[in-house]
Ligand binder design. Structure first.
Ligand code: 9Z3
Length: 321
């Protein structure tokens, strides 16, 4: 394990050394630190079973991999951010504070049932030219706006956005280190679809790749496995949940079990691309638990978040013994 950590640390060091500097690094760091200290000061009576003492970092959406420094083209993936946005709502409902690290333009909490172009579809001018929600969408719009502002005003939701893989990893590191003082009351719920391959910044061309030079051959480097660093260095006592996505059901559970061991996760949520909205399998060191949405087709994130909250409670209680 020490050798693995050393290798991952070296890979990560070279990744961070060559990554373009994160814009607003100081602001993100101080926002994350302030958000965590507010929770630490809440001091609920019973810290072990009270979700109001807890903070979850939910990562959501897909990272882009730029192909040029002055980026015209990039590699992207399918993730819509629905899982992360829905889960954020259910964690907030359960009393958690949420740091929502999400891809710019991906699904947002409380806005999931709005149409794709909400501003133009949900609002219309009245006779006097004032803008009002349309009758069809008034209730949904009001709920979304109210719930969002309530969560922000109460200091329960911090929204941090990324686009590239470079931004994502740097923000995750900042947030993890800020969450370390929460100890077992911190949770990581890593639902973002993070690229496995990338073009290192120091080998990336500056300008738009020209098409007249013919077919393009590129070598992509492997993204360092940040889970090892998160678990061992950045926030070693936090409850850590990663996600495993496969399109081949045959290998899904095996890969999730491997991830559980290799990265010392507390739980790995295994999901298959086509059925991810109906069913997931949570792999822990006690075995596999199938979690499905109910007959009324509500979100699978309801039972999933509930299950993981209970797992974290057991983990906190076991650590207190
Ligand atoms: C997931 O598996 C998420 O559940 C989904 C959610 C991305 C499938 P949507 O955003 O979909 O609601 O459309 N996330 C993790 C995927 C991932 O990249 N995992 C890595 C892997 O499988 C491990 S960190 O190797």
């Amino acid at each position: 394990m020490a050798a693995l950590l050393e290798t991952e640390q070296e890979n990560a060091d070279s990744f961070f050394a060559s990554a373009p500097p994160l814009q607003d690094r100081e602001l993100i760091t101080s926002d994350a630190q302030k958000f965590v200290s507010r929770r630490l000061q809440l001091e609920p009576e019973d810290k072990t079973s009270n979700p109001r003492a807890r903070v979850v970092c939910v990562t959501s959406g897909g990272t882009t991999v730029p192909l040029e420094r002055r980026c015209v083209r990039f590699i992207d993936n399918f993730s819509s951010g629905h899982r992360g946005a829905a889960s954020t709502e259910y964690f907030l409902k359960a009393g958690y504070a949420v740091i929502f690290i999400n891809r710019r333009g991906s699904a947002q909490p409380f806005c999931r049932s709005l149409p794709e172009d909400p501003l133009l579809t949900c609002f219309e001018p009245d006779d006097k030219g004032a803008i009002r929600p349309t009758a069809t969408h008034a209730a949904t719009v009001q709920r979304a706006i109210k719930e969002h502002h309530l969560a922000i005003k109460a200091g329960n939701l911090l929204n941090l956005q990324y686009t590239t893989l470079f931004e994502y990893i740097q923000i995750l590191q900042i947030v993890s280190i800020a969450m370390n003082p929460l100890r077992q009351n911190g949770m990581f719920y890593l639902a973002a679809a993070v690229s496995d391959f990338y073009v290192p910044w120091n080998s990336m061309v500056e300008h738009k790749i020209q098409s007249r030079t013919g077919p393009l051959a590129m070598e992509l480097a492997q993204v360092p496995k940040m889970l090892t660093l998160l678990r061992q260095l950045w926030a070693p006592l936090a409850f850590c949940v990663s996600f495993k996505l496969e399109t081949d059901t045959e290998i899904l559970i095996k890969k999730a079990q491997q991830a559980l061991k290799r990265y010392r996760m507390h739980a790995v949520v295994a999901n298959e691309l086509q059925t991810r909205k109906q069913k997931v399998i949570v792999v822990t060191d006690r075995g596999e638990t199938i979690v499905e949405r109910d007959e009324s087709h509500t979100d699978v994130e309801i039972p999933l978040v509930d299950f993981l909250i209970n797992q974290q409670t057991s983990y906190i209680n076991a650590s207190a013994e």
